[in-house]
Design a binder for this molecule. Sequence first.
Ligand code: C2O
Ligand code: CU
Ligand code: CU
Length: 482
Amino acid sequence: MAPAHGADNGEVDVDFRLRARRDTVPLLPGTPSEVWRYDATLVDGPANTLSSINNSYPGPLIRLSRGQRVRATLENRLPEDTTVHWHGLHVPPDVDGQPRLPIKPGEDMAVTFDVRDRAGLYWYHPHPHGPDGGRVGFQSYAGLAGPLVIEDDIERGLALPGGEQELILILQDRSFAGDNALRYMDGMGAMMARMRGFFGDRVLVNGRPPRTRDVATRPYRLRILNGSNARIYKLAWSDGRPVTVIGTDGGLLAKPQRLAYVTLAPAQRVDVWLDLSGAQVGERLRLISDAYQTGMMGGMGAMMGRSALPAGARFDLLGLRVTDRVRDGRPLPPDLDSTPVLPAVTSDTPIRRFELGMRMMRGFFINGRQFEGATVADDEVVRLGQTEIWEFVNDTMMPHPMHVHGLQFAVVERRRMNDRRGWSGLDSGLVDAGLLDTVLVLPGERVRIALTFTDFEGLYLYHCHNMEHEDSGMMRYYRVRA
Ligand code: C2O
Ligand code: CU
Ligand code: CU
């Protein structure tokens, strides 16, 4: 019997097995690459629950509905400990895939949970952290990450583009050795990479080099996940048309927003509407990541000569070629999901401050602390049912995408406090509307988020989602207490 977590009273709506294992898949032309990846089998539940992505390493797309009860049996067929974390989901601590509950090689673990979250794009990835540090960066780089979509009735009522018109895009950067072997941090660059985070030589979309798709004259929905270890994307259209955002980490916005570009930090998701109904057959459009300034860190990266695609570089992500004329004039709904979900903040809401700091050779800290396993300090205990404001103050030369487990939060204020250390060109693409589970805090910024700790008591994590930062200790537990 596998150890079981979560209230398991037998009856579930969806039952699947998710296996983490080694595999060999073709990523680039030529020799196939060795990867670690998830695959899954459906034991019980709707036939569309699992679908494979692009025949590469990303884990299967898991499609769930709000209200379903889910059992996942996690099988570790890797040579080291792992966990499976459901990033963004509001689930009990023991099914959250935290490092304190590792699955040993060869072992299984069953988790059961209810799908309580709003319709949106979430994801899953490993979260192990041993005595020598975290393995999140390594394991997800090796290929362990997959998308998870939740659907609900509100979203169904909007009849957003589906099927071929719904594109799930997982953005990741990778480096390869001559024989197409994935290369993570090694040699001289390793220390620098731990400070900056890992930057690969090229970008992969759904585990393959970017490609061009044939599309028709109709609306499309692009659901984009930044599954990269450290890279921030500046998403824009090659012809300069605005990017129409309909959702973020925690689901649909109340109303669409039009932006010149979208800043997507590691672990964040964005839901984009693209209307091609006025396009001509033969027309082409590219989704790109546009250039931005990264100050000192960028310079250091270039100096080390480690990445052919430094932070802030411009590159292509997806090509679209209009090949079909169809009549599908479905307009973008002016109102999306306006169910009130934002935590209610008053002048009495307590503010908890988190200073993001750096010490040379020792890495990054949160309030002077680094990860110490499942211990929490007095000021890391929160009350069940309480709404708080957490304020992240970034006094380092690097951006930190700050992530809180177990809930979705609202950004209530973003303020520039001091020197930006040369970072520029990302500000107006920050989408602070709606619900997020990860918020980018740029150098010199103070960002306030409002969060409410509902339903579950116990331990959760909060950390920087630059995976190399998190693995080197920029992560802590907090405790929800009744
Ligand atoms: Cu996406 Cu603590 O993780
Ligand atoms: Cu998470
Ligand atoms: Cu960080």
